[in-house]
Design a protein around this ligand. Sequence first.
Ligand code: ADP
Ligand code: MG
Length: 239
Amino acid sequence: MNPVLKITNLSVRYQSSPVLWKINVDITRGKIIGVIGPNGSGKSTLLKACLNLVPRITGDVRFFGNKSFEETRKQIAYLPQRESIDWDFPVRVLDVVLMGAYSRLGLFRNPGATEKTFAMECLDRVGLKDFSKRHISELSGGQQQRVFLARALMTKAELYFLDEPFSAVDVVTESMILSVLKQLRDDGKTLLISHHDLNSVRESTDEVILINKEILSFGATSEVMSNLNLQKAYGKSFT
Ligand code: ADP
Ligand code: MG
């Protein structure tokens, strides 16, 4: 089967030294892939590099069987890391979700009744349909994460890049987000999810990419999450 995402020999640097080095990964359809590693190990950079948001030193990223990002961007959704979003930006919940339709509609076509109805359905799936008129700054951290998840659902994408979707959420919200993500996976979508909480990785992913600038291990979650691998990545004992 053609990989949904094929990363070949990808290296990235911001200043002098590389933060990602010779990354090679093939991802097949219909899986939840965790991206884990210590703080500063390059998780966010890996997601951004796939989406052409940071410059590469070398490397190639292809989508859906050898297509470029530009050719396939309408099938790709991105949920940025919480810290990189301006939560004071004056916008209502429904408008944030509707932004997810722009990649399909184009910026200059206003969303109509169909899109608004679908946006409300997306909000309903994340338990927020009664919050559509609120300003995003008036929500809790977990509710804000769910608004951005609804925006990702709005894109109707095939491939999802989610940067720490479980940060700032309580356990109830975490399990709700997780069931939405698993439903997408069961519908044949593919999800790359960066995590900093190792505990939730085991139950929430099918495969794991363990990185610390380079790939330390990639494969089935139970195999990658061995004490030895985690020790290699985090430099402390996990027994
Ligand atoms: P993670 O998401 O795993 O915490 P990041 O991908 O955010 O790691 O960062 C990887 C490395 O790149 C870190 O050393 C970080 O300080 C550095 N870095 C990230 N973004 C930038 C940037 N915009 N400019 C310069 N250095 C950056
Ligand atoms: Mg990060």
